[in-house]
Design a binder for this molecule. Structure first.
Ligand SMILES: Nc1nc2c(ncn2[C@@H]2O[C@H](COP(=O)(O)OP(=O)(O)OP(=O)(O)O)[C@@H](O)[C@H]2O)c(=O)[nH]1
Ligand SMILES: [Mg+2]
Length: 453
């Protein structure tokens, strides 16, 4: 008998609805007692009164999911009650009083895994999905939850198990010649898998961008209108704007939604040489922000000629490795334009040059459009296998190393070492999805290579 567990599945607060979820062998019995009924039809929404002994405490929608067709594969009941901290807790307390135990964090998903409904990669995707910060991230994680990584791993394991079975048989029958064409085709398949894993690793190295969103920083010398630009892009007065150079002293972070993609936007302290200790720290942070961002908006005051401070910015931008996309923004074009644009274009490799005034909404919209296009360049092709955590990445790297070695050993006809490295790769894959099963290999070994005939 599995212990029956219960928890509040919705966030605590004053929302209109709260859900208490119960899972385990006694889930139905406890719920029936709570609603004073003898029967609940599976997968039907029942409007029920919830009782504390004879007193009605709430009216709720109750759904019973009979095992194994439930989130955990066990009997599950969900009580959708009126929200609010007190009421939801009261109902949970009643459920616990009747013998359920409070679930530990993630325990419902853990049971789903232990009961074989989902694998580890899917469980991780579910936890990521709940925390996802952008539409893009949630799309990616839904793909994973639906088992994209699992099915890729399972296909790859199939191939490796076949390779292992082949090798084990060949080791046992060492007087037989190794068929060259089988060997070539195996080496080929392993090579292809290595290439694919390499691609997955490369694609996944950008996962922070996909999961946490792009980072965009606005830089420039003091007073060019960086904070004014941030406010205009956000359509709100987020940062203090003044004509005093050095107004912004620390980086200010906000979020901007560009076509469904959340972009973290950072307004920085104006960069110049300063004796002021606090301002200097702010300037240090501005220079750091440039390195950590995918997109940099470099703002210059178009109504003035380039000066020493501007050149300092130019110098810093020209040192960038090319990882960042740079947009040059010439601000204050409502005033008489004096800046030497050709000079800027010559010195900075930029994606785009825009002439704007933060006072002119239509020009700000143009800038937003240009940004949306750049953001799209970072968007993820759907349907790719994707590793969402550092843990998964390190496992795949280990598997890849083992596969390279195995291929080498295969080409050297060292089958025992080949088997050894294939097992290593399989063990790594198992950490991503399911434990490696020796029986599985044996059944393949005898199923496909029955040499005794
Ligand atoms: N004429 C004109 N003035 C502008 C424009 N944008 C900003 N300003 C003015 O320029 C001054 C400086 O603006 P801020 O946005 O504070 O400049 P900043 O780059 O954030 O300055 P620091 O925080 O000191 O580095 C303010 O007086 C703004 O009103 C513009 O498009 N045209
Ligand atoms: Mg500012």
């Amino acid at each position: 008998m599995s212990e029956t567990i219960a928890a509040i599945s919705t966030p605590l607060g004053s929302g209109a609805m709260g859900v208490v979820r119960i899972s385990g062998d006694r889930a139905l019995e406890i719920t029936l007692a709570l609603v004073h009924r003898a029967f609940l039809k599976p997968r039907y929404a029942h409007l029920c009164s919830i009782y504390d002994e004879d007193e009605i405490v709430d009216e709720a929608i109750v759904i019973y999911f009979a095992a194994p067709k439930s989130y955990t594969c066990e009997d599950v009941c969900e009580i959708q009650c009126h929200g609010g901290v007190i009421l939801t807790h009261l109902i949970l307390k009643l459920v616990l009083k009747m013998g359920a135990r409070l679930a530990t964090p993630g325990e419902f998903t853990k049971r789903a895994f232990l009961n074989g409904r989902i694998d580890i990669s899917q469980a991780q995707a579910i936890s990521g999905l709940i925390m996802a910060q952008s539409e893009q991230a949630s799309k990616l994680l839904v793909d994973q939850m639906k088992g994209r990584l699992s099915s890729f791993i399972s296909n790859s394991r199939e191939m490796l198990l076949r390779a292992l079975a082949f090798s084990e048989v060949m080791i046992d029958y060492s007087d037989e010649d190794i068929p060259q064409d089988t060997l070539d085709s195996l080496a080929d398949q392993i090579e292809q898998l290595c290439v694919k894993l390499g691609e997955i690793l490369e694609f996944s190295s950008l996962r922070n961008i996909y999961l946490e969103g792009l980072s965009l920083c606005i830089i420039g010398k003091p007073n060019v209108g960086k904070s004014s630009l941030l406010n205009a892009l956000l359509s709100q007065d987020r940062a203090i704007v003044s004509d005093i150079a050095g107004t912004t002293r620390d980086a200010i972070e906000s979020s901007l939604n560009l076509n469904g993609q959340i972009v973290k936007i950072i307004d920085t302290a104006g960069i110049r040489s300063s004796d002021d200790k606090i301002e200097s720290i702010g300037i240090e942070r501005s220079l750091e922000a440039i390195k950590d961002s995918e997109i940099v908006i470099a703002v210059f005051d178009a109504s003035n000629i380039l000066d020493k401070e501007d050149y300092f910015i130019i110098e810093n931008l020209s040192k960038l490795t090319g990882k960042q996309k740079i947009i040059l923004v010439l601000n204050k074009i409502d005033k008489k334009v004096k800046i030497d644009c050709a000079q800027l274009e010559k010195r900075i490799k930029s994606q785009e040059i825009l002439r704007i005034s933060t006072y002119d909404l239509s020009l700000i919209l143009e800038l937003k459009e240009a940004l949306s296009k750049i953001v799209q360049d970072f968007s993820i092709p759907r349907g790719e296998v994707f590793l969402s955590s550092e843990y998964q990445i390190s496992i795949v790297k280990t598997a890849l190393e083992a596969l390279y070695l195995s291929r080498q050993k295969l080409l050297d006809y060292e089958l025992e070492l080949f088997s050894y490295h294939i097992k290593e790769a399989l063990d790594s894959f198992a950490l991503l999805t399911h434990p490696y099963d020796v029986d599985e290999m044996f059944s393949r070994m005898f199923g496909e290579f029955c040499l005794g005939k």
